[in-house]
Design a protein around this ligand. Structure first.
Ligand code: AMP
Ligand code: ZN
Length: 116
């Protein structure tokens, strides 16, 4: 059995504040939110990151991205939101199970990145 924390959430071994679930995808609130609304959407089948995807992942990733607007609206993000996918060391990925962050709230978010 995978020790991956998000695989454990998928299996129900670790609780989450679930927003959405179907046979392929799970969406839940981030445990340490960085904005008034901060949730993530993951494929249930483990894939470590966007650096490991190939054509076999296209259907589930297409399904995931095409669902984001509806899920965001459901969380009150009618005026827009930001999606973030941290990948690998450079992307400062912490959990190596591919996840798409969705962040937003009533106010405009800060800059995407800050200039050095
Ligand atoms: P990153 O891999 O850098 O994109 O970020 C991983 C994200 O997972 C962080 O924002 C954490 O707050 C979040 N996280 C870690 N453990 C949990 C958990 N058990 N439930 C919900 N979110 C989590
Ligand atoms: Zn996993």
């Amino acid at each position: 059995m995978s020790e991956c924390i998000f695989c454990r959430i998928v299996r129900g071994e670790i609780p989450c504040r679930k927003i959405y679930e179907d046979e392929d995808l799970l969406a839940f609130h981030d445990i340490n939110p960085l904005a008034p609304v901060h949730f993530m959407v993951i494929p249930k089948r483990h894939v470590a990151s966007l650096a490991e995807t190939d054509a076999s992942h296209a259907p589930v990733l297409g399904k995931l991205f095409s669902l984001l607007g509806e899920l965001a609206r459901g969380q009150g993000l009618a005026d827009g939101f930001r999606t973030i996918v941290n990948t690998g060391r450079v992307g400062q990925q912490e959990v190596y199970h591919l996840h798409v962050h969705v962040v937003g709230g009533p106010d405009r978010l800060g800059p995407m990145l800050t200039r050095k």
